[in-house]
Design a protein around this ligand. Structure first.
Ligand SMILES: [Zn+2]
Length: 311
C-alpha cells in the first residue's frame, strides 16, 4: 500500500509505502476505534435507560437517581437564569428611566445657568476618543442586553460627571453673587447721614463719620447686605449693640445701635437675612442703623456699595 502526500505550498510530493504493521495500525485507527466507541456509547445508553441487565439492579437504580438529581439541577439552573435575566431586564429599564430623568434635569440646569448648550449637550453622546484594538466579531458575540447595560452605565457616569461640573459652576456663581456687597442694610428707612466729614451730633465739632446712617422705625428690620459669617454680635463701645459680618474677599460690614441682635458670632447668614432690629443703643440720638463697610481693614464709603445693583 502506498500513500502519496502532496505539499500544498510547494507542490512537491512525498510517497510513503505502508508495510503490514503500518496497515494494521491504520486499520485500527480508521475502523476499529470508532466501532469500539459506538459500541461503548450504545452500552452506556442502555444502562442509563435501565434496559441492560449487565449491571446489578441497585447500581442501575443509583444511576437513575443521579440522573434525576441532575435533571432537577438543570431545571433549577434554567429557572435561576430566567429570573436573573428578568431582573437584569428590569434593571436596564430602571437605568433607562433614570437616564431620561437625568437628561431632563441636565437640560434644565444648563438652561437655568445660561451655560453654553453646545458644551453641555445632553442629547449628544459625550465626545470620547482613542483607537480600539477590539475585533469586530468579538463584539458580536456579546449578548446585546449586556451591551445595553454597559452603555447605560457609561452614559449615567458621564451625565453624573457633567452635572457635577454644572453644579460646581452654579454654586461658584451663587456664592459670588451672594457675597457681593450690594444694597441697603434696611428694608424700610431713609439715609439720614452720609460718610465722611460731618459735625458730631453730640459735640457739634467736626468729626469723621466712618459709615452711613439709615433712620427708621424703632424695631424695624436690619438685613445683611451680603452672605457671610457673623464675627461680632454684642455691645461695643460707641456702637451699642453691634453685628459684624465677614463676607470674605477682604469685605466686612457693621450694623450698629441695634435694639436687639438676632444672630450670634459664628452664625452663617444669607444675603437679605434679618440680623437685628433697629434701635438707638450706644452713642445715638434716635432709632437708626449706623452701617459701615470695611475693605481690607479700612472703612470705605458704603454709598457706592449701596448703589451698586445686586448681581
Ligand atoms: Zn453713624
Amino acid at each position: 500500500m502506498k500513500l502519496i502526500l502532496i505539499n500544498k505550498r510547494h507542490g512537491g510530493t512525498k510517497t510513503i509505502t505502508l508495510g503490514f504493521w503500518s496497515k494494521a495500525i491504520l486499520f485500527v485507527c480508521v475502523l476499529a476505534l470508532p466501532l469500539t466507541a459506538v459500541t461503548l456509547m450504545a452500552l452506556q445508553w442502555s444502562v442509563v435507560k435501565g434496559e441492560h441487565s449487565l449491571l446489578a439492579p441497585n447500581i442501575s437504580e443509583s444511576w437513575e437517581q443521579q440522573l434525576a438529581t441532575q435533571k432537577a439541577e438543570i431545571k433549577r439552573t434554567r429557572q435561576e437564569a430566567a429570573s436573573k435575566l428578568e431582573a437584569l431586564t428590569l434593571r436596564v429599564a430602571e437605568l433607562q428611566a433614570r437616564l431620561v430623568r437625568l437628561d431632563a434635569l441636565g437640560e434644565r440646569v444648563t438652561l437655568a445657568a445660561k451655560l453654553d448648550t453646545d458644551e453641555f449637550d445632553f442629547s449628544q453622546r459625550p465626545a470620547l476618543g482613542g483607537p480600539s484594538d477590539e475585533l469586530a466579531d468579538h463584539a458580536l458575540n456579546v449578548p446585546s442586553f449586556m451591551d445595553a447595560i454597559d452603555d447605560l452605565a457609561f452614559k449615567i457616569d458621564d451625565r453624573q460627571h457633567q452635572l457635577q461640573v454644572l453644579e460646581t459652576l452654579l454654586s461658584n456663581k451663587k456664592i459670588e453673587e451672594s457675597v457681593f456687597v450690594a444694597g441697603r442694610p434696611v428694608t424700610k428707612g431713609y439715609l439720614s447721614s452720609h460718610y465722611g466729614r460731618r459735625n458730631d451730633p453730640f459735640s457739634g465739632r467736626e468729626a469723621w463719620h466712618a459709615g452711613v446712617d439709615f433712620a427708621g422705625k424703632d424695631g424695624s428690620d436690619i438685613v445683611a447686605v451680603a452672605a457671610g459669617v457673623v464675627t461680632w454680635s454684642a455691645e461695643r463701645y460707641g456702637y451699642g449693640n453691634l453685628v459684624e459680618i465677614n463676607h470674605g474677599n477682604g469685605f466686612k460690614t457693621r450694623y450698629a445701635h441695634c435694639k436687639e441682635n438676632l444672630v450670634k458670632a459664628g452664625d452663617v447668614v444669607k444675603k437679605g437675612q434679618v440680623i437685628a432690629l433697629m434701635g438707638s443703643s450706644g452713642r445715638s440720638t434716635g432709632p437708626h442703623v449706623h452701617f459701615e463697610v470695611y475693605k481690607h481693614g479700612r472703612t470705605v464709603d458704603p454709598a457706592s456699595y449701596i448703589r451698586r445693583a445686586s448681581r
